[in-house]
Write a protein that binds this ligand. Structure first.
Ligand code: FAD
Length: 399
């Protein structure tokens, strides 16, 4: 049998794409290959669960566009399928004059991106969130929370109910592109397809290289370590509470997140990882580490961000340093409030010149499309990313 489309990766991007292709081409044969036993076991299942409104992203970028549209589509999918979500809004809190200046830049960016935003004084902030303090804050009402694992699970169920196939435990080892088909090699069988769409998250670069696509980036894993607050804090915060981020970094800073189950998490930080899909803090993978250490962009990015990298590493080791990041805007928290919580690992594409790829990035060959960089807010943006890929299929492939 030859499939029309094989999608590699059972995270939210791969499963959304498969489902969207099925909606557009109901008679085509579609299969998802996922190496794990369930969908959403990597980034999609280890994140903050935030439905981002699109505050931070460069106007005109794919992130700005997809995130805004994705938030609307995500909420409407949750409503339609009874998946829990809440639009609790978010506060971005400035705690000093530098952050206050950066806050003004973010406010202007919200306006450029067409996102509703309000500015609060320090006093107004305290009235809204008595446990939080700062010199000012931005309020973004559209931001929400959900459970991306549930969304992915529902999309996967819909895909299968309508005749699509998902094969778990199916790790793609090699891919050969021929004139009229693509052969995808698993451990003990070969799957044939007319076209392939790779949505491999932390393995995106390896899947592109398997097809000899000329890419100039490497995926570098950045661990995002979280803590959870004790249950007595579950009703303390009405909103999501974020710091004002460093505009040079794609990471948003350690925030207080109301989770959809009612608990509150603290995090994530951004520490260099030594194993792409290893969640324990001592995990090391020789191949992943070798690839990083022999990639010129790794040394450049480390050189440029040496101080912040050391700071992240130190605060990862010493809870007190981590705590101080949150206490800047939420002084009532103490060390014993930080309870263990599983980490997540971000797939961040870094170019040979040491620059971090900020926007979503795609690559293609004659018979394949690759999602190369899909970091946050790609969970929020998964449905527009899927639309984009479907449009590419229509524009590029001979169907
Ligand atoms: C700590 C953290 C917090 C985040 N917070 C948010 C947030 O609040 N809101 C938001 O919108 N986004 C957030 N994100 C980003 C978001 O989670 C990711 O951008 C999104 O989940 C990416 O989805 P994906 O499908 O591309 O990748 P993944 O979910 O990682 O899925 C990729 C899949 O491909 C499979 N795969 C890889 N290689 C192969 C192979 N060779 N063969 C078969 N299968 C393969 C993997 O097993 C995996 O299941 C966060 C990310 C992290 C890490």
């Amino acid at each position: 049998m030859i499939y029309d489309f094989v999608i590699i990766g059972g995270g939210i991007v791969g499963i959304s794409t498969a489902r969207q292709l099925q909606n557009r081409f109901p008679h085509k044969h579609i299969m998802v290959l996922e190496k794990e036993p369930r969908p959403a076991m990597h980034q999609t299942g280890h994140n903050s669960g935030v439905i981002h409104a699109g505050v931070y992203y460069q106007p005109g970028s794919l992130k700005a566009d997809f995130c805004k549209r994705g938030a609307i589509q995500t909420i409407s999918f949750c409503k339609e399928h009874g998946i829990p979500y809440q639009q609790c809004g978010k506060l971005l809190v400035a705690t000093n004059s530098l952050e206050y200046e950066r806050m003004a830049v973010l406010e202007a960016r919200c306006i450029q991106n067409g996102i509703d935003v309000k500015r609060y004084s320090g006093e107004e902030l305290r009235e809204r969130e008595p446990a939080v303090s700062g010199v000012g804050a931005l309020f973004v009402p559209a931001t929400g929370i959900t459970d991306y694992r549930k969304i992915t699970g529902k999309l996967a169920a819909l895909l299968v109910e309508s005749g699509g196939k998902i094969c778990f435990g199916a790790e793609v080892k090699a891919i050969h592109e021929h004139r009229d088909s693509v052969h995808i090699l698993l451990a003990s069988q070969t799957v044939k397809s007319r076209y392939v769409i790779a949505c491999g998250g932390l393995m995106a670069d390896r899947l592109a290289r398997m097809m000899h696509i000329d890419i100039d980036f490497l995926i570098i894993p950045f661990r995002g370590e979280y803590y959870q607050l004790p249950a007595r804090y579950n009703n303390t915060f009405k909103h999501l509470i974020y710091p004002i981020p460093d505009p040079e970094m794609p990471f948003l800073g350690v925030h207080l997140t109301r989770m959809i189950d009612g608990s509150v998490t603290v995090g994530p930080n951004a520490v260099l990882g030594w194993k792409r899909e290893g969640y324990g803090c001592l995990n090391l993978n020789l191949k992943d580490s070798f690839d990083m250490l022999t990639f010129p962009g790794f040394w450049k990015v480390m050189g440029k961000n040496l101080l912040s990298g050391i700071g992240e590493f130190k605060d990862s080791l010493y809870k007190t340093g981590y705590l101080e990041r949150v206490r800047k805007y939420c002084p009532l928290l103490t060390r014993s409030d930080l309870l263990p919580y599983p980490a997540g690992i971000r797939a961040q594409a870094v170019k040979k010149d040491g620059s971090l790829v900020h926007d979503f990035l795609f690559a293609e060959s004659r018979r394949s499309l690759h999602v190369c960089n899909a970091p946050s807010p790609a969970a929020t943006s998964a449905m527009p990313i899927a639309d984009y890929l479907c449009q590419k299929v229509v524009d590029t492939f001979e169907l």
